[in-house]
Each structure stands twice: as C-alpha cells, then as structure tokens.
Design a protein around this ligand. Structure first.
Ligand code: SF4
Length: 413
C-alpha cells in the first residue's frame, strides 16, 4: 500500500513496533487475534488492525501539502477533515479555518470566499451542490480534494446501478458528511433513499409488500429521499450501497431483508431484474477494524479502551461491538484519564461524556488485561499516550523497551 508523508508527531514509537511485527509475521492479515503487550501487572490486548487508514493518511498528506504550497493564502476546510479532534486542532492552529461544523452549521459565509482562497474537500467528499458553489466563486474544488478513493468507489457503484435503472438505497447516517455527499451524487442519476437501520428497512419492506399503505412512505422517510421519488414506481428495482463505515453485519441484514422481500413479491426467477446483488461497499479499513474487534472479543480482557473522536462513525461501531462483551471506555485521548480513580468517557447511547470512578482494579492477584483499539481517524501517537499513562499507574511495570522486546525479535524472524 502507498506510503504517505504525514507529520511525524502522528506516528508512534510503541504502537508502530507492534504493528510492524504483525505485518512481518502475518502480511496478508489472515490472523485477527490481538497482539499482547505485556508490562507485567498490566497487559494490553492490541487489536490486529486499527488507526489511520489509507483515506485518512491521504487526506492528511494533501492538507499539510496545501499549507506548504500556499503561504500567505487563506486556507479553508469545508468541514472537519476527519473526525479526530487532535488532527483538526493541529490544522486550526496552523491557520486552517472550517467553513462548516460537522453538523452542517455554517461558520463562514460562502459569499466571504474569493478566488484567491484555497478550499480543501475532506476525506468524506462533498456534494455536487457545494462543488458548483465553489466553482461559481472561482475556487477549484478539485485542487485539494481529499475525498477518499473508497468513498468515490461507492459513488461509482451508485452511478452504475443508476444507469441500469435501479433505485439506490444508501445505508448510512442522514447527517453524516459522507452520506450527504453520496446522496447528492447518487440522486443525479437515480431515485435515492437513505436508510439508517434495520427498523427503517422493515418499514420500507412493509410498503414494498403492500402491508403498509404506500402514501405513508413520504411521511416516514421525509427528507431522506430524492426529489420526485415515486413510491409506486421507484421501489420496484433496488440496489444497496452504504456509508463506508457502517456495521458490516447491519448492512448485510438490510440487504438480505430487501432481497427476500423483492423475491417474495416478484418471484425468485425474476429477482435479477428487481434486486442488484452487489457486495457491500464498506471500505477495507472498516472491514479489517471490525474483524479485528471480533478477534479482540474472543480474548479475556477485563475491559476495553477505544480511542477516537466522539463523532467518528467507524469508532462508535467498534464501541458497539465491544459493548456486547465488555465494559468499554470510549475516550478521545489520554487527557480523559484523570487518575487511577477516575476516567471521563463518552456514552454513545446518551451522546454525553460521563465520569467513572475506580475503573482500575489494583486488588486482583492476576495481571489486569486491557483491550486497546481505536478508530480509523485516530493517530497511533494518541494510543501511545493512553497506554503509557495507564502503565505509569503501575510502579512495578516493565519498561516500554522490555515490553516491546518480543515484537522486535519477531520483526527479525
Ligand atoms: S474509513 Fe475507509 S472510506 Fe473512510 S477514509 Fe478511511 S479508507 Fe476511506
């Protein structure tokens, strides 16, 4: 895979040794069991795959290049480049300004931009409407376009399904920048509907099969379908694509339900005309991270620490998976570890940060086992800080060099 030129402070001297050793011993990622970093009284079970993905490194490289190439110019990001607070804060500190918040709130008016300005398109991509708006103000929206190639792949898939006259179902979060961009691109060629989860799919399938009156569609899915969507004709032939960071199991369940509903309605032998059997459009990083999380959960950790931006979709899915088996602390960085007695962490169900006391158990006769992973937009350097802060609470712990010794040996085998 291509190597990107990203600032050194995002790299990590500890985690990278573990990752490199696994790359040597398992280059094709056939083994999703975690690596064990053993400090004696505390062990970390480190996921086989996590951290910066291709699209994030690509976006970071382009964003920092834009700073180097345009001294003295005003540089804007359409919104957060990726969902990680430390990366966005660093770009902000270097003078990059955000045009919108991730929830769509406008921070800088479009009319305040002019043709000398540089605008960076984030890894999620953007809508055709915004591209047009920028071009109208004399700004080239493609010069510093960091749209991930895996997001573009989804747009291409939607495009080719549209050309074959399928209506596009986008499995995604309505307010997520990537889903908004995919919806914008897809609706150019085909009727398009955004579906959030299996409950909404059940409702849609109720309409397709005639169990729910067709006119209910417009109320139930208000704001989530393309202009001119005709419930009587646009639900006859469907193809599913997704936001690249959704839960693989959820996308599969949605696609299976739509497929079986259409098979019942139109008979199995006619199914090809009514259902485009595409494999899902999750990206490789989401797939690997979710597989690696499953690998983590087959082990015996005491609790999990998941590190990432609180608004990161792929990180929240890792949290969801871990929660099925373990207590989970979802933190954005080492500063959330206040002391051995207190940790602040994000609750994805209430969308709020909470505080937990006495989260580290020093009374067990067994070493503490902590499952550690992060989302695709989290620098490994932040995981290092988290790990080292926890180790500092154990005075008898081995040094980092001693704990890393088995990985250095493995890399040489
Ligand atoms: S998570 Fe996937 S789609 Fe998103 S930026 Fe990374 S590689 Fe691209």
């Amino acid at each position: 895979m291509k190597k990107f030129d990203i600032p050194i402070y995002y790299r990590s001297p500890v985690i990278s040794v573990v990752k490199n050793a696994r790359k040597v011993t398992d280059p094709r990622k056939k083994d999703y069991t975690p690596s064990v970093l053993d400090f004696g009284p505390v062990k970390f079970l480190i996921a086989r795959h996590f951290g910066f993905c291709y699209g994030v490194e690509n976006a970071i490289e382009i964003a920092y290049r834009s700073l180097e190439q345009n001294p003295g110019k005003r540089i804007f990001l359409l919104s957060e480049m990726i969902h990680n607070p430390s990366v966005n804060a660093d770009l902000f500190a270097r003078g990059v300004r955000f045009i919108r918040e991730h929830n769509g709130k406008q921070l800088i008016r479009w009319e305040d931009l002019n043709l000398d300005d540089i605008v960076i398109v984030p890894a999620f991509g953007t809508t055709l409407e915004i591209q047009k708006l920028l071009a109208g103000r004399g700004i080239n929206p493609y010069k510093y376009d960091t749209t991930c190639p895996f997001v573009q792949k989804v747009w291409n898939r939607a495009d080719s399904l549209g050309k074959k006259c399928y209506t596009i179902i986008v499995h995604g979060k309505y307010n997520h920048e990537e889903t908004i961009a995919t919806f914008s691109h897809s609706k150019q060629n085909s009727p398009t509907l955004i579906i959030r989860n299996i409950e909404e799919t059940e409702y849609l399938c109720g309409i397709i099969s005639g169990k729910i009156p067709a006119e209910e569609f417009y109320k139930y899915f208000e704001g989530k379908f393309s202009n001119g969507f005709d419930v009587n004709t646009d639900l006859n032939s469907l193809g599913v694509v997704n936001q690249t960071t959704m839960l693989a199991t959820e996308t599969q369940a949605i696609a299976d339900l739509i497929k079986s509903t259409l098979a019942n309605k139109y008979c199995e032998e006619n199914l090809k005309e009514h259902y485009a059997d595409t494999s899902d459009t999750l990206c490789y990083a989401t797939y690997d991270n979710q597989q690696a999380t499953t690998g983590l959960l087959n082990t015996s950790g005491d609790f999990a620490i998941v590190v990432g931006g609180y608004n990161s979709s792929n990180t929240s899915h890792i949290v969801e998976l871990c929660e099925e088996k373990l207590p989970v602390y979802f933190i954005s960085g080492a500063d959330k570890i206040i002391s051995p007695e207190e940790i602040k962490h994000y609750n994805i169900h209430t969308s709020s940060e909470v505080s937990s006391k006495h989260w580290l158990d020093f009374n067990s006769s067994e070493p503490l086992e902590i499952v550690l992973t992060s989302g695709a937009s989290c620098p490994d350097a932040i995981l290092d800080e988290v790990l080292q802060k926890i180790v500092s609470f154990f005075p008898e712990a081995k040094s980092v060099e001693e704990a890393l010794e088995p990985f250095k040996t493995e890399s040489l085998i």
